[in-house]
Ligand binder design. Structure first.
Ligand SMILES: [Ca+2]
Ligand SMILES: [Ca+2]
Length: 465
């Protein structure tokens, strides 16, 4: 009888282990959104924004209200997020640095998932460079990466909707993103014998801000409000910073009177990409993978629209560093929660590994935030670090931003009192200990400054992104 009981217990335990072992791995729906700043519902940063589908995803899981890119430009932020390496470690600091020179094949997030038994698919803009360009990815790191059947812009020139009015008549189907989503919808509908990693790289709201008229109609021009800004904001910032991210766009908007038009265009373009995101969520909801798929959505960096007299990205201020980060992980995240802990996008690689139950490669510098997915109020001593070119870093914790440029000049902002970073406290008395505490997080390694690729005689280097 005893032997029988022992055998019975053994069989029960063995079955338990087998079923645990056989538990299907989580799939991943990975949604990078190009140039999507923090004008989305859950941050409340701009109440004019209409993002019902991003809000819907936000209600499904945990949204991070203090999430920051590791670099405020497409190429380095994506190289960093995918490789797991800080810009100051890899040396890929800026657009034009050609990320493949700094990130070797085989170490990136998608490659690691492929090596770990996932079926890895992507489309649109994941890494820097258009999804229509073969230079954008390492082909062997993906199982499938179809090219867009349409251009990302629908034929609009770069500054339509920005400096220039919008003469185009356009349909949703004219834009590349629409077709990226079509491909992903098709993939989500398939039954599979392997777990999948599916990246839907959305290219809007990157310029041009040209989308169908119906999206502009959602934001009548006479209702548009300018973002909060201060006329003499630059009176207390270091000289070095006066040249940072200065595209020269702001004087053009002031003289043309098109500031509000540009705000309208950005809001409209975000509304378009929000519909694309809604189509993905609908498809997953109807799919056989609904209860076993992690969703992570991230904007690759922020975007100034006149705040601090800046447009675009390329700065270490809040508008350029902060971007949406939303996680939905069935059985892990709590619905409709917001986490204000400071995190940067280097957290995405290790977090996905932990959720998928695969190892975190030793070169990965970020920390998993699964503890925050489970409990957004959990203790957290991490900070967000953003790097904008060689030796220019900004550290963000829950209440403060501390920035140090390569000439040693500094900025310090108290985010509890000054969310628009108007009052630089770095040179005032009484803040030495705060600065010291934050400065302790500055990267110890700073890969040498590398010149950007020399422009050929006929071709200008690509700066946007
Ligand atoms: Ca971008
Ligand atoms: Ca100021």
């Amino acid at each position: 009888m005893k032997n029988f009981l022992r055998s019975f217990i053994f069989i029960v335990f063995a079955c338990g282990w087998v079923s645990l072992w056989a538990k299907p791995k989580m799939n991943v729906l990975f949604i990078p959104v190009d140039d999507l700043n923090h004008w989305v519902g859950y941050t409340g940063r701009n109440p004019q924004a209409k993002t019902p589908n991003i809000d819907r995803l936000s209600r499904m899981g945990v949204s991070f209200s203090n999430a920051h890119c590791s670099a405020p430009a497409c190429e380095p932020t994506r190289a960093s997020l995918f490789s797991g390496l800080r810009p100051s470690t890899s040396g890929c600091y800026l657009n034009g640095h050609l990320w493949k020179k700094y990130v070797k094949e085989g170490i990136c997030l998608n490659a690691h998932f492929k090596d770990s038994g996932y079926y890895v698919m992507g489309t649109g803009k994941t890494y820097h460079a258009s999804g229509t360009s073969k230079a954008a990815i390492y082909e062997n790191e993906w199982d499938e990466y179809p090219r867009l059947p349409k251009s990302s812009t629908g034929g609009a020139s770069k500054y339509q909707g920005y400096f220039e009015p919008l003469p185009l008549k356009m349909k949703d189907e004219d834009l590349g993103d629409w077709h990226s989503v079509n491909y992903c919808i098709e993939q989500l509908g398939k039954k599979r014998d392997k777990p999948f990693f599916l990246a839907c790289g959305l290219i809007k709201p990157h310029l041009p801000w040209a989308v169908p008229q119906k999206y502009y109609d959602m934001f009548p021009r006479d209702t548009i409000k300018l973002p909060p800004h201060l006329e003499d904001d630059f009176s207390d910032i270091p000289k070095f910073a006066h040249g940072v991210g200065n595209s020269g766009d702001h004087p053009k908007f002031l003289t043309s009177g098109r500031w509000k038009d540009a705000i309208q265009s950005y809001l409209a373009t975000v509304a378009f990409v929000d519909v694309c995101i809604g189509r993905l969520l609908d498809a997953l909801e109807k799919s056989p993978h609904k209860d076993n798929t992690v969703i992570v959505l991230w904007g690759d960096h922020g975007w100034h629209l006149g705040e601090k007299q800046r447009w675009r990205k390329f700065t270490l201020w809040e508008e350029a560093t902060r971007a949406p980060l939303i996680w939905y992980a069935p059985g892990v995240t709590k619905a409709d929660t917001v986490c204000s802990r400071p995190v940067d996008f280097l957290s995405i690689y290790p977090t996905l590994c932990e959720l998928a139950g695969i190892d975190i490669p030793s070169h990965v510098e970020g920390r998993s935030i699964v503890s925050l997915l489970k409990d957004p109020q959990a203790k957290w001593d991490g900070v967000a670090i953003t790097t904008n070119g060689y030796m220019n870093h900004s550290i963000r914790n829950e209440n403060w931003r501390y920035t140090r440029y390569r000439d040693g000049s500094e900025e310090l902002y108290d985010h509890l009192k000054d969310p628009y970073e108007w009052k630089n406290l770095a040179d005032r008395e009484g803040f030495e200990s705060v600065k010291k505490r934050l400065a302790a997080h500055l990267p110890k390694k700073n890969a040498p400054k590398t010149p950007t690729k020399k422009p050929s005689k006929n071709k200008k280097p690509k700066k946007e992104g």
